[in-house]
Every structure is written in structure tokens, then in C-alpha cells.
Design a protein around this ligand. Structure first.
Ligand code: ADP
Length: 305
């Protein structure tokens, strides 16, 4: 039996280097990437929608067309007069990637400004997904509007998944980040952090500490990703390590965590078996890091079971 999956956040225009000094344009963003992989891995009786705000310019039109072309629903996206999408550029120097962002005044910052539209989109959905980046880009009171709606969804038994995706540069202070990330986890049933980030920014000395902390904030289940060392599932009773898939040559780790999350959710929603879901997600993430770019075509993932 299918359902409705809603991912909430910011998708940006991506510029990357092409030949002869040209720039290649794409579209990506953590919560959008996860929606992309959930769509790639869920059967056709599931609908996957993206919730954000965009402008009324040609680039916003193009992004919406791209999403729709990729099978992601866009009906609840608000269009704001005079606004534009955020943009980032991937710079490559001597094989090292660095990023420049232009997102301070992006339309997505107003995605939760209309509480009625937000509530309507969440009420018709069965599964909600958001991240620490979603919370970081919002004015504080809008972040609380979003969290209140997600807590309502959690209270009626919906699956609410949250990736803390810690990005200190997006927050006004580390205190603000810690407070809002704990609020985000409290509104979620499932939290999907990356251990590297948690160790650096929360000082966690072990995966068990990360699991305990997010459960204390109110999450039921925690899936801690740890790169090539696999993922650990903690549900308050057991902690189960699910190994990563060995990859001989990593090409581009962009979207490793996002694809893991999308694939995990797709599998879990169908079978309700977190260990099997993490095994499947490890296979999808392993494939994704052997390809360039954030979004790998669904056809390339089809044979993975
Ligand atoms: P994030 O991208 O959020 O930092 P991780 O680096 O922990 O997340 O990666 C997410 C998942 O991607 C891991 O749980 C693992 O399954 C897979 N993965 C990441 N790096 C590798 C790697 N070098 N080899 C194999 N799998 C990997």
C-alpha cells in the first residue's frame, strides 16, 4: 500500500565547472536529494512531493520543471513575487572541492511563512522529511511554526524523519544550532545524523552517545551514518551496526548521506525492518558515490535490491 512522502527544505541552483571555463547548471539541495532517492526507490503507488518556496523568475520555473520531470510533485510550492532561488557553485582546484553560496535572500527562507499552506501540505502527507538545514535557513519564529506542525504529525502517528545535517555557518551561533537541532529531533520519530558531524559539533565520543542524546531529545529511532564504517541503528533496546558496502574507487561523495536517507526511508516504509533498510541504503549510497554529482539517474539504481 502506497502513501504520500513530503520533503521540506531548500533546493538550489548548482553551478559546477565544465570544459573551457564554462559552468554547468544543475539543481540540488539536501532535502531535495533525499526526495529524489526516495522516489527512485519507492514503488509507483507512492507520491513524493517537495515543499519549499520559490520566486517568480525563469530560474524558479526551470527548477519546478526539473523537479516535475524527475517525478517529484511540486503542487504545494509557493511562488513569491520578486524572489529567486538560492545558488551555489562547486569550485575545483587541484582535485579539491570547495563551495560558494548565494542563499541569504533565497525564496526558500520564507517556506514556512504561510502556516496555513504548510499545515495543509503536512496534513495530506503520511511521511515527513526535513533537516537541520531546513531549520537553519528559517527565521526563528517560522522554524517554530514548522516544528509545531511536525509535532502534530508525530502526535497522530506519522513517520517524521530528520537529518540534523549540522552546518554551523548557517546558524547565528553554536548555541542556536544546538537548541534548534534538539527541537528538530524532538519533533521527529526517526533521526539520521552523521557521526563525523556529531563528534565535531556536539562532542560525542561514541556512536552510542549520539544515539542516547537524540533519544533523549525525543526521537524513537536513531540511525547514525558513519561513512565507510557503516550505519548503526539504535531504538532504545538494541544497537545494530550495518556495514557499508566496500567501494574500490570513490568518485564523488556528494549526496552519500542524502541518498542513504532516501533509500533507507523507501525500504523502511515498505517493510518496517530498519536493519534490512540500512543494508539496502548502504548499497544505494555505494553506487551514488561511484558517480559524479548529487543526483544519480533512477535507471542506474533499479537493479539494486
Ligand atoms: P554524510 O554524507 O551525511 O556525511 P556518510 O559519509 O556517513 O554521510 O555516508 C552515508 C552513507 O554512505 C554511509 O552510511 C555509507 O553507507 C555510505 N558511504 C559513505 N562513504 C563511503 C565509502 N567510502 N565507502 C562505502 N560507503 C560509503
Amino acid at each position: 500500500m502506497g502513501g504520500r512522502f513530503l520533503s521540506i527544505g531548500e533546493c538550489m541552483v548548482e553551478l559546477s565547472q565544465a570544459d573551457d571555463g564554462h559552468l554547468r547548471k544543475g539543481f540540488a539541495g539536501d532535502t531535495f536529494n533525499t526526495a529524489w532517492y526516495a522516489h527512485a526507490c519507492l514503488p509507483a503507488d507512492w507520491s513524493i512531493d517537495y515543499f519549499t518556496a520559490l520566486g517568480d523568475d525563469a530560474m524558479s520555473d526551470e527548477m519546478i520543471a526539473f523537479m516535475g520531470g524527475g517525478g517529484i510533485g511540486t503542487a504545494s510550492i509557493r511562488r513569491l513575487r520578486g524572489k529567486t532561488p538560492g545558488l551555489y557553485m562547486i569550485n575545483l582546484k587541484d582535485g579539491e572541492r570547495s563551495f560558494s553560496y548565494w542563499r541569504d535572500s533565497s525564496a526558500a527562507r520564507q517556506l514556512a511563512a504561510d502556516g496555513d499552506v504548510l499545515r495543509a501540505a503536512i496534513e495530506v502527507s503520511d511521511v515527513l522529511y526535513f533537516s537541520g538545514i531546513t531549520l537553519a535557513i528559517l527565521p526563528r519564529e517560522d522554524a517554530f511554526t514548522l516544528l509545531a506542525e511536525l509535532r502534530r504529525a508525530k502526535a497522530v502517528g506519522k513517520l517524521v524523519a530528520f537529518d540534523p545535517n549540522l552546518r554551523p555557518r548557517l546558524w547565528s551561533s553554536l548555541d542556536a544550532m544546538h537548541t534548534m537541532i534538539s527541537e528538530g529531533a524532538g519533533a521527529a520519530t526517526l533521526v539520521m545524523p552523521s557521526f563525523d558531524d556529531e563528534a565535531i559539533h556536539f562532542g560525542d565520543d561514541s556512536i552510542a552517545t549520539t544515539i542516547r542524546r537524540y533519544r533523549q531529545y525525543g526521537a524513537n529511532m536513531v540511525v547514525v551514518k558513519n561513512g565507510p564504517d557503516g550505519a548503526t541503528i539504535g531504538d532504545g533496546t538494541d544497537e545494530t551496526l550495518v556495514p557499508a558496502v566496500k567501494v574500490a574507487k570513490v568518485i564523488d561523495t556528494t549526496s552519500a548521506g542524502d541518498s542513504f536517507n532516501g533509500a533507507f526511508l523507501a525500504h523502511y516504509l515498505q517493510h518496517r525492518d530498519a536493519v534490512a533498510a540500512a543494508g539496502f541504503a548502504a548499497k544505494i549510497a555505494a553506487k551514488v558515490i561511484q558517480e559524479y554529482g548529487a543526483l544519480v539517474a533512477p535507471e542506474k539504481l533499479k537493479s539494486i535490491r
